[in-house]
Design a protein around this ligand. Structure first.
Ligand code: TXA
Ligand code: MG
Length: 317
């Protein structure tokens, strides 16, 4: 790749002024653009444009009962779309911009089209920290709906190349901002009056939430699946995955952690943040390997390890 700012390679445009202008133009005319965030690449579209939102569902092959996260530049814009009680406002002030999504009731005049929220009366809102996504939100003046930029059920993309591999000929323009730092999707927290529930574990850990609120999350109040991204099988490679594997068989690609090196190691120093950041890229490599099965070393169930094990369990199901 050349060192130029606006390098062009097929659908991929290296982040730069021109690329942002082109992406903004596409989004404003109802197109899709894949955009880096600090968690994973998102497949973005104008959340007030029904045709554009239909195109997201079609491109991903996503079931229409699975609602999308809407990305906003700041708290002021978020409150045009969602109702923030004290608890929601506290979490937003503490963790935004950053990898936290808040599920709150929709405002009466919420402008996003119904397909975004899949008919629910709540909306998932996130203010991302990544400079490319922030720049795009400002350039477009749009609220951008963006699920992860992969085929529904597949491994989430943490690099531009993963987006192309997953979406194939349906790949829209990709704004290439390099690798995503956090590497697992945002923590999703649903506000339940004065309580909160963690719908998806992520980079903002249960401990940090508890510290800032002064009480732990409530557990599984609603028996129905409210965040279908939490379906048992998700993030799945095309081959079987075996967990807690201290050693691997000859026909397994072994993903290591800490002292278990494997064919590639998520973190030699047993650093869970580093492991999360490498997780999906390593799963993409393991998936493309000749060996027909994947084995993964044990990952401690603490801090970021909880989000890593959540994704691995779904990949193995
Ligand atoms: O880190 C992230 O969150 C990435 C980046 C691109 O922002 N996005 C992402 O989107 O992971 P997606 O579509 O792969 O996951 C969104 C999740 C789904 O599990 C969906 O069911 C849930 O958010 N969700 C969306 N709206 C909801 C709502 N109103 N109530 C409950 N869950 C909701
Ligand atoms: Mg996803």
């Amino acid at each position: 790749m050349s060192g130029s700012n606006d390098h062009i390679d097929g659908n991929v445009r290296r982040y730069g002024k021109q690329a942002i202008a082109m992406a903004a133009d596409r989004l404003q005319s109802g197109g899709l653009v894949a955009v880096p965030t600090e968690t994973v690449y998102g497949l973005a579209a104008d959340s007030t444009n029904a045709a554009a939102i239909a195109d997201i569902y079609r491109t991903k092959g996503r079931p229409d009962f699975n609602p999308l996260i809407v990305h906003v530049p700041d708290m002021g814009s978020a409150s045009e779309l969602g109702i923030f009680n004290d608890l929601a406002a506290t979490l937003a002030h503490k963790f935004w911009p950053g990898p936290l999504t808040l599920v709150v009731p929709k405002t009466a005049d919420c402008r996003v089209v119904p397909a975004v929220t899949a008919g629910l009366d709540t909306i998932a809102l996130r203010c991302p920290a990544h400079p490319v996504m922030q720049e795009l939100l400002k350039a477009t003046q749009l609220f951008l709906a963006a699920p992860s930029a992969n085929k529904s059920g597949g491994i989430s993309p943490t690099r531009a190349a993963h987006v192309e591999n997953s979406l194939g000929s349906a790949t829209p323009m990709i704004l290439d901002g390099g690798s995503c730092e956090s590497g697992v999707e945002s923590t999703i927290v649903a506000i339940r009056g004065d309580n909160y529930e963690i719908l998806r574990p992520g980079p903002v850990t249960a401990e940090r939430l508890c510290e800032s609120i002064g009480r732990p999350a409530i557990i599984n109040q609603s028996p129905s699946i409210e965040a279908p991204g939490q379906l048992a099988s998700h993030y799945a490679p095309s081959k079987p995955v075996r967990l807690n594997a201290e050693t691997a068989d000859h026909d397994e690609y072994h993903i290591g952690f800490g002292p278990i090196s494997g064919h590639s190691c998520l973190s030699k120093n047993a650093d869970l943040a580093e492991a999360a950041s490498n997780l999906f890229a390593t799963m993409h490599v393991a998936d493309a390997d000749d060996r027909p099965r994947i084995a993964v070393a044990p990952i401690p169930e603490t801090g970021m390890g909880i989000a890593i094990n959540d994704r691995l369990t779904r990949a193995a199901t």
